[in-house]
Write a protein that binds this ligand. Sequence first.
Ligand SMILES: NC(=O)C1=CN([C@@H]2O[C@H](COP(=O)(O)OP(=O)(O)OC[C@H]3O[C@@H](n4cnc5c(N)ncnc54)[C@H](OP(=O)(O)O)[C@@H]3O)[C@@H](O)[C@H]2O)C=CC1
Ligand SMILES: CC[C@](O)(C(C)=O)C(=O)O
Ligand SMILES: [Mg+2]
Ligand SMILES: [Mg+2]
Length: 337
Amino acid sequence: MSVEVYYDDDADLGLIQAKKVAVIGYGSQGHAHALSLRDSGVDVVIGLPEGSKSRPKAEEQGLRVVTPAQAAAEADVIMVLAPDTAQRSIYTESIAPHLTPGKAIFFGHGFNIRYGLIKPPAEVDVAMVAPKGPGHLVRRQYSDGKGVPCLVAVEQDASGNALALALAYAKGIGGTRAGAIKTTFTEETETDLFGEQAVLCGGASALVQTGFEVLTEAGYAPEVAYFECLHELKLIVDLMYEGGIAKMRYSISDTAEYGDLSRGSRIIDSRVKDEMRKILGEIQSGEFAREWVAEDEAGRPNFTKWQAEGAAHPIEETGKKLRGMMSWVDRPITETA
Ligand SMILES: NC(=O)C1=CN([C@@H]2O[C@H](COP(=O)(O)OP(=O)(O)OC[C@H]3O[C@@H](n4cnc5c(N)ncnc54)[C@H](OP(=O)(O)O)[C@@H]3O)[C@@H](O)[C@H]2O)C=CC1
Ligand SMILES: CC[C@](O)(C(C)=O)C(=O)O
Ligand SMILES: [Mg+2]
Ligand SMILES: [Mg+2]
């Protein structure tokens, strides 16, 4: 194997238990890291602005919440889990003044370091622990005694111990149960952005919506189209997750497998592959990052419009109705945050 993968036996939890950790932000990732670190015996403080919606959620879970500046002042390790677009100003206003030599700043995604939006001083460790999964599942897997794999990376090793500290942190959130892969900030950032845009979120959502539209526009029942294009996708992906595409193809009928083999490459064709390469180029050149930062600074006009259009897509109404009939499917998005 060309990558280095670390498991529980390779990580010393004592290293992070000996530190005070500030988790800045208590959203999808923040709540998962904070609660799991606490359950792993780590001293955790949460940094949130006065008036943050997340404050009562963290306090209800028994966590101590202070301002981001106070959390950064108290902590040895500062994990930044606020939205990527907010991190630069949080860093400048609340973290940088307290980032004294010997401390460590950690990230859950490399965006701000990769694109030069945050430049920490040379005397601190700069590392990343990036779970390869949504925060609510990071927490659920930890609570179930399992773990979501993580990427770990060290951008700056002032202490000479940054990787060991990052691995200890990864162990504290269950990441080394599944495996922590050593990478770089550049590789994590570019592959993560590509994955979410082209395959996992952008690609998959567009595939599902378009399949649903084609069936319903041809007169088929929305309920049947929903089951076919969205609900069953999870069951198919579960088989891929367990045993690769090969296991999924083993389980489906020969008819489905012949349709898959003969038709799949007509859907995801060379035009789609060229577009994926273009998207990767925009990520590598920094064009996507500049666009997203400018969109955020302008008050997110396109983001808000596209979000509303997505929420109004007929598949959502159909899905809401059908999921209401399946109590085991319709679980709340936030169980802890
Ligand atoms: N979502 C995910 O599963 C994954 C996310 N990541 C990375 O993790 C990081 C966090 O993302 P995510 O968990 O999605 O974020 P969320 O949007 O879910 O949560 C953001 C949190 O930050 C808080 N916040 C907002 N502004 C500030 C501020 N100025 N100071 C302090 N806290 C603030 C929010 O509080 P409020 O409630 O008041 O808005 C909220 O608690 C990002 O770098 C992301 O790329 C990495 C892997 C997966
Ligand atoms: C796939 C989306 C993601 O990269 C993630 C959950 O890993 C994110 O940024 O939320
Ligand atoms: Mg990701
Ligand atoms: Mg991401």
